[in-house]
Design a protein around this ligand. Structure first.
Ligand SMILES: NC(=O)c1ccc[n+]([C@@H]2O[C@H](COP(=O)([O-])OP(=O)(O)OC[C@H]3O[C@@H](n4cnc5c(N)ncnc54)[C@H](OP(=O)(O)O)[C@@H]3O)[C@@H](O)[C@H]2O)c1
Length: 329
């Protein structure tokens, strides 16, 4: 039986990965790794071990769920031990030797790996799950997107900020630059000289790589909102070919991993409260831009659980495909 280690097993994403391994029926020996702070902690049948240079001996696959700096430190140890890593951080996503994969869109890219496969940014996965059918049918050229990102996107610290501030609005923020309870914060990541944040660049850079669409333009505003879990996104898309909305809805209603939630007259549309703790990305509010009679501009709203499909479930789906490919090789 293969051995799988989860690096960062005590975090928001790592803990979810363990559940996803069970759900997706992957049978393997499991090792749970985290910082020295968590060593000895019991999770289900396993005792968490401190992640050290020797942690990856005898390990076949690693699911990475640590921040970039920690990931960059342990990655050489995993490589030295011959592991294949499916990593959630952004440390290697744009490296040309590292496939960046959403299995419903570009599973075949997994075959090109050289020891590392990256899981895309959470908002990028959710947006692309909503948009890739549109791209295949009508060729997306430009995207304007505003995200509404849940506090758990900033991990355990983000959850703690909202929890503390709901009890005491004066409680000092730990994860965010401002209070998040009863507020929205139009900053995720750090600003560059053009006033664009690191999070906002991800959707264009990663979207181009996943869709194999180097010309794709994305103008994104990322906003943190006081929602526990599930990111939502308002997206306006300009396509090369005119869009047939009925044909698009028909396609989305059969799209793997997507649920069409589009009956506005009955108040049915995607909302984060409905998409939490499950894997489907909900898509709705599909409409033409009345200012574009050519029907080459459409808008939609989507929501998806960013800890699951935006991170852990997507990574475990990649791992499952990789293990199947390895078995067939
Ligand atoms: N949260 C999301 O929705 C989301 C979505 C997509 C991608 N991601 C990415 O996934 C990664 C994990 O995010 P998260 O939200 O799960 O973070 P988190 O809740 O803060 O968890 C971080 C994990 O890293 C471990 N860790 C910290 N320092 C360590 C060290 N020196 N050695 C070994 N392990 C260490 C922590 O262990 P201790 O508990 O022992 O400190 C914990 O298990 C990040 O790269 C993040 O950007 C997150």
């Amino acid at each position: 039986m293969k051995t799988i280690a989860i690096a960062g097993a005590t975090g928001a994403v790592g803990a979810q990965m363990l559940e996803c391994l069970h759900e997706q029926g992957i049978e393997a020996n499991i090792r749970l790794l985290a910082s020295a702070r968590s060593a000895g902690k019991q999770i289900e049948d396993w005792t968490v071990e401190e992640l050290t240079e020797d942690s990856f001996k005898g390990v076949d696959y690693v699911l990475g769920a640590c921040e970039n700096d920690v990931t960059k430190k342990w990655m050489p140890w995993a490589q030295k031990a011959g592991c294949v890593v499916v990593d959630n951080s952004s440390a290697f996503r744009l490296d040309e030797n590292v496939p960046l994969v959403v299995p419903e869109i570009n599973a075949e890219d997994i075959r090109k790996h050289q020891g590392i496969i990256s899981n895309p940014n959470c908002s990028t996965i959710i947006a692309l799950m909503a948009m890739h059918d549109l791209h295949e049918l009508y060729n997306i050229q430009d995207v304007i997107c505003t995200t509404f990102q849940a506090v758990s996107g900033a991990g355990v610290k983000g959850l703690r900020d909202l929890e503390n501030q709901l009890k005491d609005p004066e409680a000092t923020p730990e994860a965010f630059a401002h209070p998040i309870a009863f507020n929205v914060i139009p900053q995720i990541g750090s600003f560059d000289e053009n006033g664009i944040t690191s999070e906002e660049w991800k959707m264009q850079n990663e979207g181009r790589k996943i869709l194999h669409a180097p010309e794709l333009n994305v103008n994104c505003t990322c906003v943190r909102v006081p929602v526990w879990r599930s990111h939502s996104e308002s997206i306006t898309i300009r396509t090369e070919k005119p869009v047939d909305l009925d044909a698009l809805k028909e396609r989305l209603s059969h799209s793997e991993g997507v649920k069409l939630q589009d009956d506005p007259e009955n108040n049915v549309y995607p909302m984060p409260i409905d998409t939490s703790n499950q894997d489907l990305v909900y898509v709705g509010r599909l409409r033409y831009d009345p200012a574009d009679p050519t029907h080459r501009t459409v808008s939609l709203f989507c929501a998806g659980d960013q800890i699951r499909k935006g991170a852990a479930s997507n990574a475990v789906q990649i791992l499952k495909k990789l293990m199947e490919m390895d078995e067939q090789a």
